[in-house]
Design a protein around this ligand. Sequence first.
Ligand code: ADP
Ligand code: MG
Ligand code: MG
Length: 913
Amino acid sequence: MAKKAKKAASAAGKKGQFVYLFGKKTDGNGTMKPLLGGKGANLAEMCRIGLPVPPGFTITTEVCTYYYDHKRTYPSALQAQMKAGIAAIEKQTGKKFGDLKNPLLVSVRSGARDSMPGMMDTILNLGLNDQTVEALAKKTNNPRFAWDCYRRFVQMYGDVVLGVQKGPGEDHEPFEMVIEGLKHERHHQDIEDTKLSVEDLKELVVRFKALVKERARKDFPTSPWDQLMGAVGAVFGSWMNDRAIVYRRKYNIPTEWGTAVNVQAMVYGNTGDQSGSGVAFTRNPANGNKEFYGEFLINAQGEDVVAGVRTPEPVHELKKHMAKAYQELERIRQTLERHFKDVQDFEFTIEDGVVYMLQTRNGKRTAMAALKFSMDMFKEKLIDWKTAVMRNPADQLEQLLAPVFDESEVKKATVIATGLPAGPGAASGKIYLNAERAVAAADKGEKVLLVRVETSPEDLRGMIAAEGILTARGGVSSHAALVARQMGKVCVCGAAAVEVNYQARTVNVDGQKFNEGDWMSIDGTAGKVFAGQVKTAPSEIVAGLLDGNEAAKRTEKFKGFQQLMKWCNQATRMNVRTNADTPEQTRQAIAFGAVGIGLCRSEHMFFNEDRIDAVRAMILAETLEERKSALAKMLPYQRDDFAGIFRALKGYPATIRFLDPPLHEFLPHTLEQQQDLAKKLGLPVETIQSRVNQLHEANPMLGFRGCRLGIGYPEISAMQARAVFEAAALVQKEGIKVNPEIMIPLVGFKKELDLQIEVVHQAAREVQAERKVKLNYIVGTMIEVPRGALTADEIAQSAEFFSFGTNDLTQTGLGMSRDDSGSFLSKYEELEIMKKNPFAALDQAGVGQLVEIAATKGRKVKPNLKLGICGEHGGDPSSIQFFEKVGLDYVSCSPYRVPVARLAAAQARLSMK
Ligand code: ADP
Ligand code: MG
Ligand code: MG
C-alpha cells in the first residue's frame, strides 16, 4: 500500500519542480505522461532502459497551465531550473550553449499527453547565430553542415516563433519561395536541398533574415537564451493555435491538459552520407504484418522525413548504406517491443554511423493492423487475451466492416496511378484540391476525395470531411499517412504520377485531365488510384457473417475478428441487443452477435406504401367505430411483421415499443398529397385539411405522442398488443420460442403505465383463450422523461423492465431538441460548454445522473428489474463504459454497430476489474 502511494506521488511529480532531466541522470519515467507529456515521459523511459537518447530536460505541463492562468508568464523558479538543465546537458556533451569554440545546439520540442502529430512544431539547431555558426563550422570542419543547420534554424524559428507563414491566398510557404527563387537564380533549375553550396546557404540565411524582418517587423534574435525562451513560449502558445484546437475537439482532448516542452541536445543527421534521419514502426501499422516498417533519408534532419520534401527510402534499404546502424536499429526494434509490449512508432537520427533515439510511442494503427497485432502478439505470448481485447479501439472497429472495392468492378476499372497504401479501404468521390472546397462540397452531401501534392495540418478539416485522401508526394510517415491512420481514412499517398495543379484546379495523370468535381476512386489497401467511380463490395467480415461467403471466412481478417468477438463474450457482463424494425435487420444483427432486439419501433412498419392509407384512415376517423374498422385493417400487417421478426430472432427476446410519434407525422402535408388521399378515402379534401390543422402542434416533441396516444385512444394499443400476441401464438406453434417484451413509451407517471398494461393484459388474455396457447411476455416502459426517471421507484412497481430511451431523455433532460440543435451545438462544442455532442455521447454528468437515479430507485423496488438502453448511445463506446458502471443488463444499437458495442462492452468490463 505504501509502495503504491509512493508511486502515485512520483507520477504526479514534486511540487515546485518544473524541469525534469533525462540522460545520465533521469528524473522521470514512462508513467508520467500527464506531467511530462507523452514524448518527455517516453524519452525518460528510453533512457532508463539504456537506449541511446541525447540528453535533455522536460518542462512540465504544469508550466503550460500556469502560463495560461497567469497572462502568459512563467513561474519564477523556472528560469533557474532551466539553467541547471542546460548545465546538465553541457556537462554530458562537453559542449556549451552559445560557446564560440564548441557550441551546444538544442532542439525545442512540444509534447502533449497524447501525441498530436504535426499539430505543434519543433525547432531544431537552436543556439546558432553569426558567431556560433562559424564555431560549429570550424569545430566540425564541415561548413556546409554548419550553414545548413543555420538556415534550417532561421527558417523554423521564423515560421514557428515569429509567425512568418503563408498568408491567406498564398499556396506556398514564404521560406520555400525564397529557396526556390535562389535555386533558379543560381542553378537555373529545381535542385535538391542537399546540392546547395555553402555560399548558397549563407545567402539563404541573409535572405531569410530579411524576410523575417520584413514580415515580422523585428530582427532575428541572436542571443541563444533569448532564442530558447522565445521557442519555449511559442510551444506553449501553440497549444491554443487553430490547428491544435481543431485536433483537440476532434479527439476530445481537454484544453486543461496542456503541453510539455522538451529541450534536448541536437544530434545531427545532416553531417554527410553516414548520417541520416528516419521514422519507423516495429511492425506494419497499415496492414499489421510483422515486418520492420519505416523510412529514412540520408544526410537529413528529421523534419525532412515527415515534410515530404524529399521522398525517403524504405528502412530496410538502410542495410546497404549503413549495415551497422541498421543492425543497431533491429536490436532497438526488439528491445522496444519487449519493453513496451506494444507496437512502437519511433524516430531516430544517425550521426556519423551512430544511432540515436529521439522518440517512441505506441504506434497509431488502422483497425486492420490493430486486429492483427493483437492476434499475433497474443500468439507470441507478449500479451494475454484480455490485453488483446483492449488493444482494439472500439470506435475504429467499424473500419473492418467498411466496404472494399467490388472485385469485378475493379477488373473493369482503369488503374491510373499507384502509390503507398497508407489507409486501407475503398473510397470513391469527387475530387477537390483544397480543404475549404472539400468541406463545402461535403456539407452539400457530396462524396469527396481530397487530392493534394501533400497535406499539412491546415488541411485537417478537409481530411475529416473527405471519404479518402490522395497525395502525390510523401511516404508512409507523411502527414497524410499519419492522419489517415489515426482517423481511419482511406488513403493513398506518394502517387507520383498524379500531377496536381492548384491554380487550374485540375489533376493530370498520364495525360488524362480531371477537373475538380470529377470522380476518382482509391484503394488504400492496394495503393491504387482509379479514374471514375468504382463500385464497392462488402468487407470480408460482412461477407462471411451475413452472406456466409466461404472464401471470406477463410481470410485472416475474418478469423481474427471471430477470435476477438469470442474473447469479448468471455469478458462481457452486458448483453448487446439491436435496434431493428425488420426481419432482415434482425438477421444481420444476430449474425453480428446481437442476442435480441432492444428496440423495435412498431410504427416504422406503417410507413410502407400500401399500409399508410389504413393508418391515415385510422387517424382521420371521427368515431370509435370508424377507428376500430381502420385498425382492423392494420392488424394483419403488424401481425405478419412481428411474426417475421420473431422467426428471425429464433427465441431471443424482442422489445417492442408501441406507437410513439405524433399522429400528424403520418398525414400528408402538401395540397397535392391531400387531394390524392381525399380521392382514395372518398372524403372532401377540406376534412383532411381540417384534421391536419387540428393535429398540428407547436411543439410536437412534447405533444400528443408516446403513451399519451395509447391513453387517448386505447384501441390503438389494443390492436398493437393483439398483433404481437397473435404473431407470438403463430410462431410458437411453428416450434420457435417467442419472448416479446412490450414497451410503453414516454411514461412519466405510474398511472400512465398501469392504464396501458391493463390494455395489454386484456389482449393477451383474449388471444391466449382464442388460440389456446400460453404466451410468455413481459410489459415494461421506456424511461425517457425526467419525471419517469425521478419516480422510477413508483413506476417499477408496475414495470417488469426499464429501457432507457436516452435520445428523448437527453432532449427532455437538456431541454434541447435534437433536430434543432444543429444551429447552436457546434458553437457549444467550440466553446467547450459541452465537450461532446450529447446526442452521440451520453451527457454523463447530467443525463447520466437521471439514468443512475432511475436504475437505483427501480432496483430498490425490484432487485431483478431488467435494465437496458436503446438510444443512439447504445452504440457509443464511451457511453457503454458508463452503462457498465451503472450496471445495466444490456445495450442496444443498430445492426452494424453491434460488433463495436460488443467490443466496447467487453472493454468496459475489463477496465472495471
Ligand atoms: P513531432 O512531435 O512533430 O514529431 P518532434 O519533436 O518529434 O516533433 O521533432 C521532429 C523531428 O525533429 C524528430 O523526429 C527528429 O528527427 C528531429 N529532432 C528533434 N529533436 C532532435 C534532436 N535533439 N536532435 C536531432 N533531431 C531532432
Ligand atoms: Mg516526433
Ligand atoms: Mg422516445
